[in-house]
Design a protein around this ligand. Structure first.
Ligand SMILES: [Mg+2]
Length: 330
């Protein structure tokens, strides 16, 4: 017998969190629970405002519809496709089903590239406690490009075994990107693992990489209809944000294509709760074992949800908590 339940969650987040043009005061999403015999699985469906094309309401309607067909399909013994679903719905459902079928290993990769918000002193401390490879991530493009360049240069100079991942979210004109690079000592540039999408267009980003020798990575591009995983000069990685990309199978396919082309695939968060985030850590462990994932977003939230992120002391919410309510499915 197949069973399923849906819950809605609402978790307060750090008041500093700005997504593109808006402050995010709470993170909302849907928890999917599926059960078959003695097996069960959970998944998280959490469209990210400003980034996902679907709203939470649309996702809710779609998942209710899919689950009712899944329930019926059991009787005709057919496998129900996730094709055509919104990315967040496909991802959440596929995780729940993967847990149900025992396809997602328990062990996760909880090593993260700490996000640095521009205060180097804070970063020194975090890096001091970091085991193994020292990688930090800095969001650039929010302030002056020369300031970004100086901070990156200063960190690379001060910490000789540090490598950096930078993310400009397509915010620079070619001139601003050049201004950034001007402040980064050419000797340090190879320690920038990649700079995600420096410019507005892929062409401009390619030209920047060619001119400066700074490796780039595709992130926004991965979600565009014309995108193909293709090795190119100065391209180091593709960033995969499953909530924005789609089902687990589709993400695995992208990872395999990247590896075949000699590119890194970096599993990255879309600010999921600890439920989705720990699943991303497990996916990273299983499919990108040699790469540190981009999952340092849990501390933006005030609580964890159902699952504990290794080492986190944030309070844990269960299904009975005031921030979670069951969705009535009629
Ligand atoms: Mg990015």
């Amino acid at each position: 017998m197949r069973e399923y339940r849906l819950y809605k969650y609402r978790i307060p987040v750090d008041s500093q969190l700005i997504l593109r043009n808006r402050f995010l005061k709470q993170r909302e999403g849907i928890i999917v629970y599926v059960k078959c015999g003695n097996n069960e699985g959970y998944g998280e469906i959490a469209p990210l405002p400003e980034f996902s094309e679907e709203t939470l309401e649309q996702a809710k309607e779609q998942v209710i519809d899919w689950l009712s067909r899944w329930d019926k399909a059991r009787q005709c013994n057919q496998k129900l496709s996730l094709d055509g679903l919104y990315p967040s719905v496909a991802f959440g459902l596929s995780c729940a089903l993967a847990e149900l079928k025992g396809k997602l290993n328990e062990e996760g990769n909880y090593q993260v590239a700490p996000l640095c918000y521009g205060d180097p002193d804070e970063l020194y401390q975090v890096l001091d406690n970091m085991q193994g490879e020292k990688v930090a991530k800095i969001k650039v493009g929010m302030y002056e490009a020369n300031r970004d360049g100086m901070i990156a240069n200063m960190l690379l100079e001060a910490i000789p075994d540090l490598s950096l991942r930078l993310d400009a979210n397509r915010s620079w004109t070619p001139e601003k990107a050049r201004m950034f690079a001007k402040y980064v000592n050419p000797e340090y540039r190879s320690r920038i693992q990649f700079l995600e999408e420096p410019c507005k267009t892929r062409e401009q980003s390619r030209a920047f990489a060619k001119e400066t020798g700074i490796a780039i990575a595709w992130d926004e591009s991965v979600r565009e209809a014309d995108f193909k995983v293709e090795a190119e000069t100065n391209l180091a990685a593709i960033i995969i944000k499953p909530t924005l990309v789609g089902s687990l199978d589709y993400c695995i396919d992208l990872i395999q294509q990247a590896h075949q082309q000699g590119l890194k695939a970096v599993i990255s968060s879309s600010i999921e709760s600890s439920l989705g985030l720990t699943q991303l850590a497990r996916i990273a462990k299983q499919y990108t074992p040699d790469t540190i994932a981009g999952l340092d977003t849990l501390n933006l939230m005030d609580y964890q949800l159902l699952r504990v992120w290794q080492g986190s002391t944030l309070p844990l919410l269960d299904l009975n908590s005031e921030f979670i309510s069951e969705i009535n499915i009629e």
